[in-house]
Ligand binder design. Sequence first.
Ligand code: ANZ
Ligand code: ZN
Length: 947
Amino acid sequence: MKSYDHKKIEKKWQKKWEEKKLYKTSEKTDKPKFYALVEFPFPSGDGLHVGHVRPYIALDAIARKRRVEGFNVLYPMGWDAFGLPTENYAIKTGKQPAFVTKQNTGNFRKQIKNLGASFDWSREVNTTDPEYYKWTQWIFLKMFEKGLAYKSKMNINWCPKDKIGLANEEVVDGKCERCGTAVEKRDKDQWMLAITKYADRLDKDLDTVDFLEKIKIQQRNWIGRSEGAEIDFQIKDSSEKITVFTTRADTLYGVTYIVLAPEHRLIAELPIENKKEVEDYIKKSKDKTEIDRTDATKEKTGVEVKGVVAINPATGEEIPIWIADYVLVNYGTGAVMAVPAHDERDFKFAKKYDLEIRDVIMPSVVDHVNPPRSDKSSKVRKNAHAIVYDPNQDKYLIIRNSKFGWDTVVIGGIEENESAEQAAVREVIEETGYTNLKFIKTLGGPVQASYFAKHKDENRVAITTAAYFELIGNDRTEIAAGEEETNEILWVSPQEFVVGKMVNSELKFWLERMSSEYFPPYTGDGIVINSGEFDGLTANEAKGKITNEFGRKVVKYKLKDWVFSRQRYWGEPIPMINCNDCGWVPVPEKDLPVVLPKVKHYEPTDNGESPLSTISKWVNVQCPKCKGDAERETDTMPNWAGSSWYYLRYIDPKNKKSFADKNKLDKWTPVDWYNGGMEHTTLHLLYSRFWHKFLYDIGEVPTIEPYAKRTSHGLILAEGGEKMSKSKGNVVNPDDLVKIYGADSLRVFEMFMGPFDQPVAWSSDSVVGSRRFVERVWKLAEKLDKKIKTPSDVEILLNQSIKKVSEDIEKMSFNTAISTLMILLNRLEKEESVNNKVYETVLQLLAPFAPHVTEELWSQIGHKSSVHKANWPSYDASKLVSDTIKIAIQVNGKVRAELEVSREATQKDVIELTRALPAVDKWIAGRVIKKEIYVPGRLVSIVVDGN
Ligand code: ANZ
Ligand code: ZN
């Protein structure tokens, strides 16, 4: 047999497949459709690295499996080619971006083709092709028509180095995502897309799709749906009111001040006494990024607005108004009712500026040791707990009740006109005799505990306040008679002074509050207190009732409208014309595409306008409406425009009349399986779902969602575990590996190297292992024998492997699919000869991963048609487990033989076969059989006379 020459084989089959159009998607078949999609790349000058191609190889395996399962598969590829890197390269080299793009796509295409991926290249799209972006512009115009595209002065993120406005998503830690320069703020007129109008559907419709759970979670967090209430606070002696958004209407009685965002519109309207101070503060907060302003670890700042107060609608109280930049203007209403007792930020702020803190929610615990009993009556008690600490011995004072077997802190009821502190002191003296107590502090507001009080045989709802003391001497008085009998007074270490060892469930709150300088705000649920008629309700009940009475239910979203303008060259021109008389007028549909004109210089202008603004011949046009003088929009679309709908163009890439034919859209949407990076979950994936929903609303696409299923791959990292990047010089190019080891070995390795959804560090040395595996498959062909009978255990392993590989591919558990094939190969290599049928199945199972070598071997065996057209192997369910069992045979307690019988054999069969075994007969011949026991499936035990 010839040796394995990957170069020859791979070139040969790539050529044949292309000639035969093996992977071309047919429009004339009644097979069911399957649309597999990977994220199309940005064709950079650096070429693809081994990480980029991992998802292409993975979905290629899936696409190949689907084809041989009888599906009509669409698996396309194209180029997301607008964007800054090409433009920056053009600035550096003076080369036309269109020319550079052409070069880069040529290289990318060649790289991908070298891997033998089964893309239908006849459907290639390129977002920078005017025939393509004509439709990107067309969709924009439709959005404009429906009021979803609008121009607005935006306080935008501005990168002073790239001279470009950045979307919020492009700012990472206050820096430009691309170049790392600190981002500034600038006011700029920008085109916006109203994605927020789709926020609720983008959230809800996630229920209708099969996306990985982590993807759904990220999308939901990004959309940030929040159910709450708007409540109006009247400004005293004014007709103005401040509307706040809150998710905790139940805390309305605990509001001790109001906070406005520095940008809040009311600030200009109010008769503020300390205007200068307020204006200074506003100026300072302007340059802070949103991330700085909301960073929980940063200290909060603010100024009080003097001369105006607001009225709490529930209590009628006057409360101060503050301005602080931890409140954002573009979320909720830009105003917050501050409840320092129950919100972390408000709490820190109140501590800093000495504002009132008022408890309105009481934590509530149900005792787990002695929960309330439904058959007992219940009593409400106001209690005090005394926490007594002796710093000299680092111990706490407790009472051990031997009758009930529990340890407790000192507890007592709070009498009329007594404070918690007074009650606690009284109880310590009465119950323990200790009198030298130094009061440290009360441990915050009360905590409610429900439990069954054994000693009183009734349920208790205890509302307890704790007082904290230190022991400063050992004086003791006599303890009241009766107290001592069952009670033991003890000092215990901090390790024993915890819930679980102590019977008091409230203790966890006391310990928490003791250990912090201030009581941490209680942010959980509980029972409403200090809230008039709402006292005693649960927080949830009160939320509804207080909202009904003083506010209105609303839903808010974190999602913001999409900044859809860039002042750069290499993007789709926004097809709008500005006329002095008519305002913004859309370019008529018949004039699309608005082609990006050639320019000499790609640098953005110093005033931040696009280089297009310098081409007066292009800019100055007739107004389509009044025919007067007008000017073109010189902004271009952002990076994410072209990729928002590319999956639709693949369906009908050459259509001149529409972005795609309706019947074809009916047939091919939605994409059945879309794989892409987690880094695109909140940008591209959300944007394209938005565009698709819009197109659905205007009747252009038939489905509400673009992608039925979305999965994600783990990144391939460089050998050291760092991210692969040109600047770090650690990029691995697949071309070199294809040359040395072959595309098949590289493909197998990429699928084998680790779980597909996990990041994994690259190792070029390890490709050898996959190469060896492919070579062994090649060599196994020498053992083929059409007539050889396959041993039953091989038969079973083969059926198990078919099942496992089939299921693993569906789960994207490619690494275990490959290792299954390796195990199968190990077993086959042990045989002298291998039946052709068995070998063919191995080739078929391997074909999605190693398409060239399997095709070659398949044809060498004598097949005229492609392995990529042979039906996917099915397994025989009855051959997944061995149908015989082995039974040990004992005679007088010693194992004398082994019997292999069918699983279905009866006891009678087994005994008869046992006796007939020569190895057994030897021991029983001529003797009296006293006992024969059959343990089904395992053992026959025969007892005979004599020794
Ligand atoms: C009173 C309150 C009491 C609040 C309490 C919380 C806890 P999510 O869940 O993220 O929607 N808030 C409202 N608008 C804000 C803005 N523009 N900037 C900063 N914070 C704002 O958060 C809603 C909560 O965040 C609201 O509920 C409000 O504070 C605050 F114990 O109102 B809350
Ligand atoms: Zn006009």
